[in-house]
Design a protein around this ligand. Structure first.
Ligand code: AMP
Ligand code: GLY
Length: 427
């Protein structure tokens, strides 16, 4: 089987690492990939949103499966692009079509969907610049903190949480009237603030049945103790101690099953991964958001905990026989910590030599922003790489990751030393 993975982050390295271990893989390509993906497959110099370039490559290289890492090509309709073209219709795209990807691509769509199918989520209303005054009045009637969400994709920056009412009104006006997030904020969802602890739950579905993957918790803020600016993610752990059987039963019955049924009921053919961004409010799950893909860096702990052959699961998705496939997980815990360029998520320098990568034997290194410069690896992004380790318990998995991080270095490298800090009380 020949597979093309789209994307270039740690998530795509972890997915490719797993595909490379499949008994069914012949050739594995990654577009555009990073220095890490090139160790497990072959990088191809095509961007993940260059649909024509991808088509040409797929035909020339007899690709059977296209596995889509990031949300943008999905929201832009890459699955429809393949489905609508007789020349490439036979190639299976692992990822939802444009209509299904609205679960992530439009906050308003996802909120309406949750409301219709009684899926627990924060109370909300949606506003445009034509009813800005009503938006102000809605804010007047709410308690702080105020949660404002740009409707469309805004590169992870479209959610703003403010404590001050006047600042919230200014923000609403800036989003709607000044197009602060471009088209993405031509509609804005304002919603109730939920106070609790977050986690990420993933399923893979063929539109009929689903399999729940191991849950994970990610750490989005740059600073220790969850402080400072939001990033693409600074670390993750799996399993999540508070996601016990009772809680996960609620997640399955109140969130996952109604979502799969709701999609079917709407005539939306969803295939691929669904990422449920959840918050545990006094032991009840609420949906903060849906994503139409796997999370990053959650993938770097979830995929290593999958024992089954991932291409068999993809085959189950493509042939709608997922219910007949077994999914087996590793009982061990996994941790990952992301090493970033100094200055990230603000401005940072690139092209720094990375040292120490060859001296690590008992952890996995998933690359994110790296490239190869002759025999050396150099930094090429804000999130540079992550170190993933197994352990009998989370604590052991974290200890191993931190031991190995000490051996890796580049100028101005930074990583959080406290991943998992908030989970001790649940252990
Ligand atoms: P999102 O981009 O939808 O994942 O939102 C970014 C972050 O904002 C989430 O990970 C939460 O930490 C926070 N957030 C979003 N919506 C709410 C809410 N209703 N209540 C509390 N926190 C929220
Ligand atoms: N880790 C969160 C995300 O991938 O959006």
């Amino acid at each position: 089987m020949n597979v093309l993975v789209l994307g270039s982050g740690g998530r795509e390295h972890a997915i490719s690492w797993k595909i490379a271990q499949s008994s069914q893989i012949d050739k594995l390509f990654i577009a555009p990939g990073n220095a890490g993906t090139n160790q497990v497959g072959t990088n191809v110099d095509i961007e993940a949103d260059d649909f024509q370039g991808i088509k040409k490559f797929c035909l020339e290289n007899k690709i059977d499966y296209v596995v889509v890492g990031p949300e943008k090509p999905l929201v832009d309709g890459i699955a429809d692009f393949f489905q609508d073209d007789p020349e490439i219709r036979h190639i299976a795209v692992i990822g939802p079509n444009k209509s299904a990807a609205r679960l992530e691509g439009s906050k308003d769509f996802s909120k309406q969907f949750m409301k219709k199918y009684n899926i627990p989520t924060a109370k909300y209303q949606t506003f445009t610049k034509d009813n800005l005054e009503e938006g102000y009045a809605f804010l007047d009637g709410m308690k702080p903190p105020y949660v404002l969400k740009a409707d469309g994709l805004a590169a992870g920056k479209g959610v703003v949480i403010l404590n001050d009412l006047n600042e919230a009104k200014d923000e609403l006006r800036a989003m709607l009237e000044d197009a602060k997030f471009g088209d993405a904020s031509s509609s804005v969802v304002i919603e109730e603030f939920l106070d609790g602890i977050e986690l990420s739950v993933f399923v893979i579905t063929d539109g009929q049945s689903y399999k729940i993957l191991p849950e994970a918790k990610d750490y989005k803020r740059i600073g220790e103790g969850d402080t400072g600016l939001n990033t693409g993610g600074m670390g993750a752990v799996s399993p999540v101690p508070f996601a016990d059987t009772a809680f996960m039963d609620k997640v399955e019955n109140q969130v996952i099953i109604p979502t799969i049924k709701g999609l079917k009921n709407e005539g939306i053919d969803y295939v691929g991964f669904i990422f449920f961004g959840l918050i545990n409010v006094k032991k009840d799950p609420f949906v903060i958001e849906y994503n139409c893909r796997l999370g990053d860096p959650e993938t770097e702990v979830v995929i290593p905990r999958l024992k089954s052959d991932i291409l068999e699961l993809f085959e189950g998705v493509a042939t709608r026989t997922l219910s007949e496939r077994d999914v087996v997980f590793d009982e061990r815990a996994a941790s990952t910590v992301v090493m970033v360029s100094g200055g990230y998520p603000g401005a940072y320098e690139k092209e720094k030599n990375i040292s120490g990568l060859n001296g690590i034997f008992d952890s996995m290194i998933f690359h994110a922003g790296t490239k190869q410069d002759g025999p050396t690896y150099v930094t090429a992004g804000g999130r540079v790489l992550c170190v993933t380790s197994y352990g009998k318990k989370l604590e052991a998995a974290l200890d191993k990751t931190y031991d190995n991080l000490k051996k890796i270095d580049f100028e101005n490298a930074y990583y959080r030393k406290d991943i998992g800090f908030d989970l001790e009380e649940y252990d």
